[in-house]
Design a protein around this ligand. Sequence first.
Ligand SMILES: *Cc1c(COP(=O)(O)O)cnc(C)c1O
Length: 386
Amino acid sequence: MHSAGSPAEWADWRWQLRNRITSADGLARHINLTEAEREQIERAGAQFRWAITPYYASLMDADDPSCPLRLQQVPSAAELTDPLGMADPLLEQVNSPVDAVVHVYPDRVAFKVTNVCPTYCRYCFREYFVGSSEQHHTRDKVQAGIDYIRRTPAIRDVLVTGGDPFLFSDERLDDLLGQLRAIPHVKLLRAGTRTPCTLPQRITPELCTVLSRHHPFWLNTHFNHPREITAEAAAACDRLLRAGVPLGNQTVLLKGVNDSVEVMTELVQRLLEIRVRPYYIFHCQLLAGTAHLRTSIEKGLQIVSALRGNITGFAVPTYALDTPYGKVPLAPQYLLGRAGDDVLVRTYDGHLWREPNPLDDAEAVEPLAAAPEAAVADATDATSYR
Ligand SMILES: *Cc1c(COP(=O)(O)O)cnc(C)c1O
């Protein structure tokens, strides 16, 4: 729905940004809102910044209030009742040696260069940061981040993030990546950006030329629902891939958006069709205002168990819970434990298998815990080489 703007304007990322939707009246030009919804948008929108690109709004179902794209971006009164949620669940502000850098892992950092995004996701764990007034970090703060990385030789991998770093101009991004590339111990550059999904117009040939100057440069983007994989999004990913940028995807597990086997299967299969490798499914953080979007970890495990084995192996992302101490993979149990000289495992479709696995004392490893007796009883000789 090109409700305003010529096709050339629509295709221009700066036009999309200038014309972002930030009021109920503006949104009502794209989707049908009841009086109650308008009131909720005004009330919840005052708590946490919101903005939606006309492009992303055009993908929403105009008549369905539970449209999975609307649930991600449109403020709702449900945000105002969340007894458990916190402002900064990952304690990032504690883990920041300088304002712009989050340093949790030994060899890599997250470098937040801006707090501006094309659209603000309702479940953003950096709400504490992007919620304040919009600005790219000052040159001083970015410079302090670069200086920290330069004087910390253990850092070999810099994840440029935000906000959305692709809202930098090409020149500023080129300068930033160039300065990081000039640090001898920094081997890997990567960025996290949702622009291929929410503002694919940003992925211009000129931007791709800039990125290709700073290889190895990797990129993770953020699609949550198969309906976001449009012709424009696919073309943006294709331009990045042709510039030699490997693409991964980070999805957030969200109730009503993608918390079903069917939707998640379609999402990861469509991602492979546009040559984007599913990397993580993040469990939704315990973030203020997201109670209505959070699922249980059991629900996430059920979904990833259903993916494993039934679809292409590399379509299955790692399901992870992020904590102030790092990301924790959440995996269904395939390794049941030791049964004498065997190890007992379970295949994706529930078969038990006994793998002969005598312990070699010389290896000095901790033996696995014993498998549950019920599983051992079920694993007959027919499920082994013997
Ligand atoms: C997620 C994250 C990274 C990158 O983690 P990978 O598992 O290597 O993708 C680095 N630093 C911080 C603080 C992070 O949250």
